[in-house]
Design a protein around this ligand. Structure first.
Ligand SMILES: [Zn+2]
Length: 319
């Protein structure tokens, strides 16, 4: 009797745990994803429609410089545990389009004509999604690294999204447009300072600099997420039924930095600030049952987060 009662209680507790776990998975199921074409995923969040669009990817050899604060063997183990190669990394690029009210917003612009041969596919993939470049009403930048900004203007100088208002985070602008900072920067960073001037120089007078924390458009808010760069900024899109956080480069490769949020990728300019930002935003996504999209996240690059061990796990939505 005692045994069967204990058995029953055990089963009841297991059932309780299953029910507790249910809301998160129910949310994921509620947000239905449709694959429009390979690399193009559409998700409806009530009043907003989100389309993630691959710009392609870049393969880099993996060395002990990529993660700055852990032993290389640990990095390789994390990749092996995720079923990934341990000698190279495939880093995807995925800009996001959000249709909210009368606005069609593009978050980050891809590599354009300036990246690897395997990248720069944004315009081609937008066409497959039925999104014309002149239908983009706003381009919103998370930060000014080349893989995010170069697609705004081609080699001939033409803007890719001619009718769009351009929004840039004021602190990011302040850093990269500062000639003294450019002069003082290591040689390896000068190319990025030049890219910023090439892309934004001709539109200095018309682009909109915003303070992170403000609402840019109805349903679209910005959140300061400094660390990766001095003005790195992320965005929420409120669809009424559910919210999306576009967290840009809050993490690089998910199996390393979502799983191990305290690890520092070599590109984080202030590693400690980036670490704090990563945890804060991941906890917010989980607490508020948001979807998350990220520029370097795998698969559809939009999905759900859950805690796992001392870190988190990203599960992409699939159509
Ligand atoms: Zn990036």
């Amino acid at each position: 009797m005692t045994l069967s009662r204990r058995h029953f209680l055990g089963a009841g507790m297991a059932l309780g745990a299953a029910w507790l776990a249910r809301p998160l998975s129910a949310i994921a199921a509620a947000a239905k994803a449709t694959t429009l074409a390979p690399g193009i995923t559409r998700v409806t969040l009530g009043k907003a429609t989100i389309t993630t669009i691959h710009d392609g990817f870049f393969v880099r050899p993996l060395d002990d410089k990529f993660v700055r604060n852990v032993a290389f063997a640990e990095v390789q183990k994390a990749l092996a545990d995720a079923g990934l190669p341990i000698d190279k990394l495939e880093v995807p690029f995925t800009p996001v389009v959000a249709d909210i009210g009368n606005e069609r917003v593009l978050f980050d612009c891809g590599n354009g004509e300036f990246g690897a041969a395997t990248a720069g596919k944004l315009l081609e993939n937008m066409a497959k999604a039925g999104i014309a470049p002149d239908s983009i009403t706003a381009v919103v930048f998370s930060h000014f690294h080349g893989d995010h900004i170069n697609g705004l203007r081609n080699k001939a100088g033409a803007l890719a999204f001619p009718k769009a208002k351009i929004f840039v985070p004021a602190p990011e602008w302040g850093f990269w447009m500062d000639d003294a900072k450019m002069a003082a920067a290591p040689e390896a960073m000068k190319g990025n300072f030049n890219a910023v001037r090439r892309v934004f120089g001709p539109i200095v007078d018309t682009l909109k600099r915003f303070e992170p924390g403000t609402e840019l458009l109805p349903g679209l808010r910005s959140i300061a997420a400094f660390g990766h760069t001095p003005g790195h900024t992320v965005f929420t899109v409120d669809g009424g039924a559910q919210k999306l956080l576009y967290w840009a480069d809050t993490t690089n490769v998910a199996s390393l930095f979502v799983r191990n949020p305290d690890w520092a990728v070599m590109f984080d300019m202030d590693a400690e600030a980036a670490r704090i930002t990563r945890r804060k935003l991941a906890d917010m996504v989980i607490a508020e049952k948001m979807l998350v999209a990220g520029y370097h996240l795998p698969g559809s690059a939009i999905g759900t987060l859950a805690t796992r061990g001392t870190g988190y796990e990203f599960t992409p939505l699939a159509g």
